[in-house]
Design a protein around this ligand. Structure first.
Ligand SMILES: Cc1cc2nc3c(=O)[nH]c(=O)nc-3n(C[C@H](O)[C@H](O)[C@H](O)COP(=O)(O)OP(=O)(O)OC[C@H]3O[C@@H](n4cnc5c(N)ncnc54)[C@H](O)[C@@H]3O)c2cc1C
Length: 460
């Protein structure tokens, strides 16, 4: 059987590709290994945000004195994780319903692997296609040694939401975006956290100033041990002993669970891509065009988290659609990846990156100026009792065009969207400062940052 298109992987990117491809042809197949309800809905974006919602509201309730209210809080947190699962199930059943509505002959359960450039094998059967969209996603980085030492006390983002109850304590290994979100939520819910960070940073900001604000605000809450990695784990007295070195000193802590949040690995490895071309045996050096996601000059497109510098849901979805356009216009292939870069960490305050980051601008030798606004005494943030952090905006020195921003402020997700939405219009400082800014709002801090750049550019 030969198809116009075979899509491998039915997560966010694969489902988006299938939905677009169905409008072009009925001669298509989508193959998926495991559940069809997406990483995002099942173990990613959605359950984590449900947990964070409970954590943020509990945290606010515990801090009512900040807004002049003395209250005694009696909290029963036993419903938090069941609520995560209840809402997770709503989101996954929505995805499942969509997939159930697809024609049975369009979908196959199983793990695909390539036999040659136009053939894949699934469950011992071979299927051919003129084109492929590969959307196999990622999985938590496994660590067999840790697993052997502590068994089911070692959690990943695939298993943490299955805990019956919140633990008393947890060691989180890794301090990236996902670990920061989860560690902070657990900490706000009263779980004693210790975060092991290989480097000196929390989450993904690249600006030294914004990073310093993040570290100052979050390190004490999360108890982050910078430049420290665990040496070994052992089970003792019904707890996990985490052994580590700090300087010359050997130390240990006892925790209920360990969350391995050291990153995710691509599932491209399981596809036997070297059967297409022997040079594709190293998935780290595949010849994939960053903007079209095309593999060399072949009718093969690799989309979503499987191979990306933007491992976020909306990019995966967009890449799935673009790949379908390119499959059906092949060999004419257009660049389509043109969304303004946007990433958000749902910490409190939120961390967000828009457009080009500070480090990217430096790496690309762009001559830019930085505008800064502190939110420590920003009007609206102070009124809300959430006056922490700040925002940096980056502007091209010659053209005065806005290039990017790094944000660490309460409700930063909204400021980040506003800035991302205007970025592709290439506004100058004057364009932005001529917009209305209602008083008192968090948006006024954005104006302060742009005024700061304007002032710096005038005086330079
Ligand atoms: C804890 C967590 C929180 C997150 N929070 C956010 C957030 O708030 N916002 C955001 O934008 N993003 C977030 N993300 C990232 C987001 O979930 C991903 O960007 C998105 O799920 C990527 O979708 P995908 O289609 O590339 O992969 P997936 O959804 O993982 O789909 C890949 C599919 O391919 C299947 N597959 C793998 N190998 C094969 C094979 N050989 N044959 C057939 N099928 C195969 C897999 O089983 C899977 O079903 C989060 C991720 C995590 C883990």
């Amino acid at each position: 059987m030969s198809y116009d298109l075979i899509i491998i992987g039915a997560g966010t990117a694969g489902i988006s590709a299938y939905t677009a491809a169905k409008r072009q042809t009925d001669n298509l197949l989508i193959i998926n290994d495991g559940p069809w309800d997406t990483t995002c809905a099942r173990v990613g974006c959605m359950p984590s945000k449900v947990l964070i919602a409970s954590a943020n509201q509990y945290h606010d309730a515990k801090n009512l004195s900040k807004v002049g209210i003395q209250a005694e809080l009696q909290a029963d947190l036993s419903g938090v994780l069941p609520r995560v699962r209840e809402y997770r199930d709503r989101f996954t059943s929505g995805m499942q319903k969509t997939v159930d509505g697809w024609k049975a002959e369009h979908k196959i359960n199983g793990k695909a692997r390539f036999i040659n450039h136009n053939t894949v094998e699934v469950n011992g059967q071979q299927y051919q296609a003129k084109a492929f969209i590969i959307a196999v996603g990622t999985t938590p980085r496994p660590n067999d040694e840790w697993q052997q030492a502590i068994g089911d006390r070692l959690l990943t983002t695939d298993t943490i939401f299955e805990l019956e109850q919140l633990p008393s304590s947890i060691a989180v290994i890794g301090s990236g975006a996902i670990s920061t979100e989860l560690a902070l939520a657990l900490n706000q819910l009263g779980v004693e956290t210790t975060v092991f960070s290989r480097g000196k940073n929390i989450a993904n900001a690249t600006s030294p100033k914004i990073q310093e604000l993040i570290n100052t605000a979050l390190q004490p809450q999360l108890n982050v041990l910078f430049e420290t990695t665990p040496e070994s784990f052992e089970l003792k007295d019904n707890q996990v002993q985490v052994h580590f070195n700090q300087g010359d000193e050997k130390k240990s802590i006892a925790v209920d669970y360990v969350l391995n949040a050291t990153g995710r690995v691509s599932l491209l490895d399981g596809l036997a891509l070297d059967q297409i071309d022997p040079s594709y045996d190293d998935i780290k050096s595949l010849p994939i065009n960053e903007y079209t996601k095309q593999l060399a000059d072949r009718p093969i497109f690799i989309v979503g988290d499987a191979h990306t510098t933007t491992p976020v849901q909306h990019e995966a979805s967009n890449e799935g659609k673009i790949a379908v356009k390119n499959v059906f216009s092949y060999p004419e292939v257009k660049q389509g990846k043109d969304l303004a870069p946007l990433s958000i960490v749902f910490s409190s305050p939120e961390i967000a990156l828009v457009g080009q980051s500070y480090q990217q601008l430096k790496d690309n030798n762009i001559d830019f100026e930085v505008g800064f606004a502190s939110y420590e005494s920003q009007g609206r943030a102070t009124v809300l009792g959430k006056n922490v952090g700040g925002i940096e905006v980056y502007v091209d020195k010659a053209s005065q065009v806005f290039l990017g921003a790094e944000i660490f402020v309460t409700d930063g997700e909204h400021l980040a969207h506003l800035l991302a939405w205007i970025l592709n219009q290439k506004p100058t400082i004057s364009d932005i400062l001529s917009q209305p800014f209602y008083h008192p709002t968090l948006e006024e801090g954005v104006r302060t940052a742009f005024r700061d750049v304007k002032y710096k550019l005038k005086s330079s």
